[in-house]
Design a protein around this ligand. Sequence first.
Ligand SMILES: *Cc1c(COP(=O)(O)O)cnc(C)c1O
Length: 239
Amino acid sequence: MTDRKAELAGNLAKVDERIAAACAAAGRKREEVTLIVVTKTYPASDVRILSELGVRHVAENRDQDAAPKAAACSDLSLNWHFVGQLQTNKVRSVVGYADVVQSVDRSRLVAALSKEAERVGREVGCLIQVALDAGASGRGERGGVAPGGIEELADLVADAAGLRLDGLMTVAPLAGEYAGRQQAAFERMMDLSTDLRRAHPAANMVSAGMSADLEQAVAAGATHVRVGTAVLGVRPRLG
Ligand SMILES: *Cc1c(COP(=O)(O)O)cnc(C)c1O
């Protein structure tokens, strides 16, 4: 085993133990939580190692980095999640490799994703990104729609050709009433998910929790955690 493979295997084992412990503490089954490894800023060679180590879900936040990486790893059986703010001019590229877009936060993006998914004959899973710190504009600093905007967007996705409504995604807010209160933020997400599932019962994914707060997300009921640093190491640059 190479040094890097041993390092990633060790880190993955630690993260898996954290998820398992959080599940046990919450009385949840380990299978209820899926690990998505956020590989942004790290090379395709790391993605390949992760795949060899059994990782099935990876996430990226910038198309410029993600597109060549996904192409270099197209022989691997991986689900690619796009988790960054997405401009409509990148939609064509992203739909080329993403199985799930977790950052759907406006109607123009829904229209662009649908058009492209239809064109290439793919079904793209969509999560509505929720900004719990959304200001008066109804949008978050780092993308996302205010809770009041979820229903309209969800209905749009559900009715859009080529798209599948999978659920909700959030990043714990750094500002506003939920700043420093991850558990409360994730519990609010679960309430929003309950509301969403009344109209869309299959949209049961809740993607929440990162390296620093995955325990709180699992305790609240998240189905997917997105972990970067704790698996791959501290990123060399902001990404
Ligand atoms: C980078 C990123 C993560 C992972 O963050 P870590 O703190 O490195 O675990 C999760 N979600 C999104 C949207 C990200 O951009």
